[in-house]
Design a protein around this ligand. Structure first.
Ligand code: KG4
Ligand code: ZN
Length: 340
């Protein structure tokens, strides 16, 4: 199984959206030697969201510096790297291409293997960096672009059990925050402001919460919040966002726990930027404890976009002898027949 030719120091590269990240991960000692993330939030803030063309231009400027920093933080030189793992799907096509081209160039120059990694799979694998997790498990990936619920049988064996039919959970946070002029990205701002509000103040819709399937829908909730504020004004903004957040958390929680019970699979793994949400972490922990389900949530630094999860996931394939050839392309969307 193990590939004798693959040296264990893996350089991970992530540029699928608006973060350029690099990390050095040691597959033998299972240690993250460096973790660098350069966020473009300040550049995109004035537009209230990520502008794809600007994102890729920024990656061009910052990625070489980010990789340099990651090598310095790991106290190694580039020639000690044994392989490169890079996000090649899904994401913004221009942004993906910057990271992928850079990874190919490095692999060619150093004559080392490289492997393309699925960003969603990497989010679901991030928890493995901090916990020993047995298969099978239920994985909930909640980010700015995705809300997906998987039954994970083993490495790379994913069954997609449900996904959002419209907005992703993080997208709903961001759009509601934009509408309320709270800033960007909306998730952390709403998380913070919700602490001052009453979560039971407004009964916002919790789409599909009691239905026996695992699809999600958040666009009706978003519309309900905007209608509420148009009718009632913004005097109780903390209550509005706390009630909105509670509706999202309740739906994510109900579906995830129901799937775990239905599959008789008492292990749940969270990943993606929305898994930083303090209320989701708190409520999921309480409910899983009650139901005797083991819950694995990565530290916030490993929930949002980062390259340690890319290096780690890449290593899982590299050590089994899988690497990619230089004709590997960037894929912006999930393949229609893909489990992921
Ligand atoms: O995984 P991620 O860093 O990037 C994507 O792959 O999309 O996720 C970013 C998303 C954004 O929508 C952001 O608002 C949301 O994660 N987010 C949060 C929190 N921190 C980040 N949402 C809710 N609560 C948070 N604390
Ligand atoms: Zn992500």
């Amino acid at each position: 199984m193990e590939s004798p030719n693959c040296k264990p120091l893996v350089l991970g590269i992530e540029t699928s959206c608006d973060e350029a990240a690099a990390s050095v991960y040691d597959g033998i000692s299972h240690k993250i030697h460096s973790h660098i993330v350069a966020s473009q939030i300040d550049v995109h803030r004035m537009y209230g969201g990520v502008v794809p063309e600007i994102a890729s231009r920024e990656h061009l400027k910052t990625l070489p510096l980010v990789i340099d920093k990651a090598l310095k933080q790991a106290s190694i030189c580039i020639s000690q790297i044994g392989a490169v793992a890079v996000t090649n799907r899904p994401g913004l096509i221009g942004s993906l291409l910057i990271g992928l081209s850079y990874a190919k160039g490095l692999a060619y120059q150093l004559d080392i293997p490289f492997v393309g990694v699925d960003h969603i799979e990497a989010h679901s694998m991030a928890a493995h960096l901090e916990h020993h997790i047995n298969y099978p498990y239920i994985a909930l990936v909640v980010s700015g672009g995705h809300t997906q619920l998987y039954y994970v049988e083993s490495l790379g064996e994913f069954q997609l059990m449900g996904k959002t039919l419209d907005d992703a959970a993080g997208e709903a946070f961001d759009k509601v925050a934009k509408f309320l002029k709270l800033g960007f990205p909306g998730g952390p701002i709403i998380d913070q402001l919700s602490r001052e509000g009453n979560r039971q103040a407004i009964n916002f819709p919790k789409s599909f919460i009691n239905e026996d399937h695992f699809q999600f829908s958040f666009s009706g909730l978003k519309t309900a919040v905007t209608r509420y504020v148009q009718c009632h004004g913004e005097s109780n903004l903390a209550d509005v966002v706390a009630s909105f957040q509670e509706a999202i958390v309740d739906v994510l929680l109900a579906k995830t726990v129901r799937l775990s019970l239905q599959k008789k699979c008492p292990r749940v793994v969270l990943g993606g930027g929305v898994a930083c949400n303090s209320r989701l972490r708190e409520k999921m922990t309480q409910e899983c404890t009650k139901k005797d389900i083991q819950l694995f949530i990565p530290s916030p630094l490993l929930c949002s976009d980062n390259a340690a999860m890319i290096a780690y996931t890449g290593w899982q394939y590299l050590k089994r002898g899988k690497s990619d050839s230089f004709d590997l392309n960037a894929v912006p969307v999930l393949a229609p027949d893909s489990y992921l």
